[in-house]
Design a protein. Structure first.
Lengths: 664, 332
């Protein structure tokens, strides 16, 4: 029989306000196994912890129940307290009488009643607790960064700076991501390429960093400290180590009319291409859907002009197996498709463009060499209408767009408007907005400069309809402050499209068993206190894959993720979670049901010899759990028909005892 | 009524025993009465000739016997499998419950087995002897001078009336011809239960399950119940409780058992066949099968070795709970 001590916390008035803590500690005194019960203002304080330690000594406690806040808050605290008092840390149970009780009840009577019931359940469980010892596993001292945008680049540079090798896997032919496509960056208006490309060069030159461009992660096995990752290197039909990036092949390629992804299809590129001048790695890539040599076996011009002999039409996709200790997800974002927003005539007129397309139009390396022109006729636009929140902050019932705020659009639209007025003062610029959100250092000053110094016409209201008529775009909008309808004949309409996570994120999350929210943004382990960790141990988050972010925020999160990775890789051994599944071999049927449902591949089978009651021996197939791989999810325990599989620390009997205690 | 005769089976078994292919035979022998047929192990040709029977009451599914027997015998075991038995055979192989190498399976055709309760319902109690006469069955009882002549079709067991398959899905050798999977009406009875109100359904099961005497025959005969240690026999499981404390607990045993075999039950109907209280236990399992078919697509446990039942499978393509939540509106 256990000797249980019960410690009821007031949490100031957080608990004591709606729960009669005195009555709770009094009522729990008479529960089976309880030899001591008390209450205190802040159990988590030093004084509260000392109280627990003294009680353990004085009453020879073997188990501790703390009725306090969620175990996510202070379970670790009280486990350490128990350990300091000489108890096994897993002899501590928490009854959550704050989040699950005092905070959800207004009435002190019902609050107190429920607190007592939750306390009884915890006591019933601790009576069946057994001391647990965690195992240890080694750490592979190499990190993987998935995604080579500014988030991935910064994370990789910071990890490499600490001396650990890092691999970047990027699905495009070059690293750089969205930032490489931008023109200027708010609020300082420095050129994106000027600040990004030095970092890209740093990555290329860093001997700790390997870049797998034009590659994807196809499989992830293992666990924190010991991931085994399969990387698929797509065939680019160019030998990366030989190609010098001279561009002779790009010049000579006869298949020139393929939409250029880097310029969002606003101009064309050859079948063999280098996305942009500062690409890293600066290596050509052949588009297999455009190349006549690959499709029909005729041409071969690039191979003839390549003095280095880098072209290899027989190249195949290559699969690499690599081991990592930590994985950083930096898969970034994309603007949403404008298909469902036909009221803005995006599909009807070339002169209705998205903001990212506008970025390319104003970029010196873009399709118009930086000259602001209408994509339809190449003329200079005189009236430009910017529409904000296209697909952002949408009504959930509307079944189109996103409910969230894309966060970056207010600022880049202000930037676009300001730059347009600066370069072309003869242009009239309208910005339609719902709210202008500028919470950031120097952000509001920036926006006000656009309005006050550059004369951008900000109008609160949404654009209802855009109709192409002749060479004009008829914009019908409402001005909510003047309360009137507006009709503007525009030359160019720019839509601030909402941003969404990259499509590759969802399958990746499945591979990593990392959780996502309903918008496919990766979920952090704690929104405030663990913002760069995913709930899956060893998987970290960097940049817009976790939520909309601008560049400064992305870079700081990238650094934070890197520091978490460095902290992990510095360790030689990791302490595991002892609450793992365990198979009772005497009861195991060897039916494989548990192995079939295990998401982590933690269960294997072995043939073992058993002595039977009639003194014969029998060889039986039985399950065995790898405690280093098991995450303690419990899928196996509910699948096992004989009940041979059980979870340490959350045994079926313990759960049943809790349910019984609650139902009594 | 059976197309295959006792003599043919003895002949086959004798040959396999004599040439050393198998070292013993799983077959049927007579109990106290003609309808009271019990599974038995035959080690010699003499034993076969003396005790082996095959008639309309040889319903026992031998698949389960292989679990215990294969570990104890040197050489192979000859087992006779009716079509429905082969599904259980495959399911047990899927669960690694016996060594396929130690079994020589002979598929035998089945015309449906008789239900003694139905015979007694027609001819009355005190059945002394039952014989076959073509499609007819002769039943001699204590209380009539002349044996009654009844139609074999009228006394078919429920599971045979709604036979789901005449196809053998596993065998080493097949006697007779290959059969087909049959479109059966086996879910009609379940649909009737589903159509009832909750109270009516509760009353139905209360009525049926209150007769349960917890003899454990259903569990002991069930080919899906092959656990090394059944939860109901395990003092540490928390549910080892021989006698129900109240009328609701009468149901608990059967409900827990239905959950335990969900996805693994092949609908062989042994539970209802062996129930001394004639409780239609198979309906519980059939409801699970029907639900699984409707929720996840047609699934027949044991149709192939290595199949994964929808309820206990995991793939990386599985939906996240959040997605299921999102889909609730579109599917409804």
């Amino acid at each position: 029989m256990q000797r249980v001590g019960v410690f009821v916390c007031w949490c100031g008035s957080n608990i004591a306000g709606t729960v009669d803590v005195e009555a709770v500690s009094e009522a729990l005194k008479n529960e089976p196994g309880v030899v001591f019960s008390t209450n205190y203002q802040y159990m988590c304080s030093q004084a509260g912890q000392d109280m627990i330690k003294e009680a353990v000594k004085e009453h020879n406690l073997t188990g501790i129940v703390v009725c306090s806040c969620s175990p996510r808050m202070h379970e670790a605290t009280f486990r350490k307290t128990a350990a300091a008092a000489g108890l096994n840390p897993y002899m501590v149970e928490i009854a959550n009488i704050r989040e699950q009780c005092s905070w959800v009840h207004k009435d002190i009577l019902t609050g107190t009643e429920k607190a007592i019931i939750l306390g009884k359940a915890a006591i019933a469980k601790v009576n069946l607790n057994a001391p647990l010892t965690p195992g240890e596993s080694p750490v592979t001292k190499r990190a993987l960064v998935i995604g080579g945008g500014i988030a991935g680049i910064q994370t990789a540079l910071d990890i490499a700076d600490a001396g650990f090798p890092v691999d970047i896997v990027e699905k495009k032919p070059t690293i750089g991501g969205k930032m490489a496509q931008l023109d200027k960056t708010f609020p300082t208006l420095d050129c994106a390429a000027c600040i990004l490309t030095p970092k890209m060069v740093d990555v290329a030159q860093n001997d700790k960093i390997r870049i797998f461009s034009y590659s994807e992660v196809t499989d992830v096995q293992g666990f924190v400290g010991n991931f085994e990752v399969t990387i698929k290197k797509n065939a680019r039909f160019v030998k990366e180590d030989i190609c010098t990036g001279c561009g002779a092949c790009v010049e000579k390629c006869p298949m020139k009319k393929n939409p250029n992804e880097f310029n969002l299809g606003m101009d064309n590129r050859p079948a063999i291409y280098i996305p942009f001048a500062q690409a890293v790695p600066k290596v050509a890539t052949i588009d297999p859907n455009a190349c006549t040599m690959l499709k029909k076996g005729k041409c071969g011009l690039c191979s003839k002009v390549c003095t280095a002999g880098a072209i290899d039409y027989t190249q195949k996709d290559e699969y690499l197996q690599e081991k990592y200790g930590a994985i950083v997800v930096a898969t970034g974002f994309n603007p949403i498709s404008m298909d469902k927003f036909d009221e803005f005539a995006y599909s009807q007129s070339k002169d209705v463009i998205t903001s990212l397309e506008f970025e390319r139009l104003t970029n010196a390396a873009g399709p118009s060499a930086g000259k602001l022109i209408r994509p339809s006729d190449g003329k200079h636009p005189h009236t430009i209408v910017f529409v904000q929140c296209v697909g952002s902050r949408c009504d959930a019932c509307a079944q189109k767009g996103k409910e969230y705020c894309s966060k970056i659009c207010c600022m880049y639209t202000a930037k676009h408007a300001m730059l347009t007025r600066d370069k072309y003062p003869d242009t009239e610029v309208y910005v339609f907005y719902i709210d202008v959100r500028t919470p950031g250092k120097n952000f509001d000053e920036f926006y006000r400069r656009a309005v006050e110094e550059y004369g951008v016409k900000y109008i609160k209201g949404m654009v209802g309809k855009v109709t192409p008529e002749g060479d004009k775009l008829k914009v019908q909008a409402s001005d909510l402050i003047a309360n009137k309808q507006l009709h503007i004949d525009a030359d160019l309409v720019v839509l601030a499209a909402a941003i969404e996570p990259d499509k590759s994120a969802r399958p990746l999350a499945t591979m990593l068993t990392a959780s996502m929210d309903t918008n496919d943004f990766f979920t952090e382990a704690h929104p405030k206190l663990k913002p760069v960790e995913s709930p899956t141990a060893g998987v970290f988050l960097s940049g817009a894959c976790q939520g909309p972010k601008d560049i400064p925020e992305t870079v700081s999160q990238a650094g934070a993720a890197a520091s978490k990775v460095i902290g992990l890789l510095c360790k030689d051994k990791l302490t595991g979670n002892p609450c793992v599944a365990n198979s009772n071999e005497l009861m195991c049927n060897g039916c494989s049901a548990c192995a079939n449902v295990c998401p982590y591949g933690a269960i294997s089978y072995e043939d073992k010899e058993f002595r039977m009651p009639d003194r014969t021996t029998k060889v039986r197939r039985v399950a065995s759990v790898n405690p280093a791989v098991c995450q303690g999810c419990g899928a196996c325990t509910v699948t096992c028909p004989s009940g041979a599989m059980d979870l340490k620390g959350f045994a079926n009997l313990q759960i049943m005892a809790e349910v019984d205690a609650i139902c009594k | 009524m059976q197309k295959i005769t006792r003599e043919q089976l003895i002949d086959k078994a004798s040959k396999l025993l004599s040439n050393g292919t198998v070292s013993c035979v799983l077959g049927w022998k007579l109990g106290d009465f003609d309808y009271d047929v019990t599974p038995a192990v035959f080690n010699t040709v003499e034993e076969l000739n003396e005790g082996f029977v095959f008639n309309d009451f040889c319903g026992a599914n031998f698949s389960k016997y292989l679990v215990a027997k294969t570990g104890k015998v040197d050489g192979k075991i000859l087992v006779f499998l009716k079509p429905c038995d082969t599904y259980s055979f495959n399911q047990l192989l899927t669960e690694h419950r016996f060594d396929r190498e130690k079994v020589y399976a002979v598929g035998i055709p089945c015309e449906g087995m008789a239900d003694i309760a139905k015979v007694k319902a027609i001819c009355g109690e005190g059945v002394l002897a039952i014989g076959t006469d073509g499609e007819k069955m002769t039943v001699a009882t204590l209380y009539s001078d002349e044996p009654a002549l009844i139609d074999a079709k009228d006394v078919l067991a429920e599971r045979c009336e709604n036979c789901k398959s005449k196809k053998h899905v596993a065998y080493d050798e097949l006697l007779g011809e290959e059969g087909d999977v049959i479109e059966s009406n086996r879910f009609d009875e379940v649909a009737k239960l589903e159509a009832m109100s909750a109270d009516e359904r509760f009353a139905f099961w209360q009525n049926e399950l209150s007769r349960c005497i917890r003899c454990n025959a259903c569990r002991d005969a069930c080919p899906a119940c092959t656990c090394e240690k059944c939860v109901f026999d395990n003092p540490t499981s928390g549910v080892e409780n021989k006698s129900p404390a109240n009328s609701f607990e009468e149901k608990l045993f059967h409900i827990i058992r239905a959950y335990h075999v969900a996805g693994r039950c092949t609908d062989c109907g042994e539970c209802s066949r062996v129930c001394p209280q004639n409780i239609p236990l198979h309906l519980l399992n059939r409801k699970f099968i029907k639900d699984m078919n409707e929720f996840y697509g047609e699934y027949q446990a044991g149709a192939e070795v290595g199949m994964r039942a929808p309820l206990v499978d995991y793939t990386t393509e599985d939906l996240e709970p959040g997605e299921v939540f999102d889909r609730r509106d579109t599917d409804a």
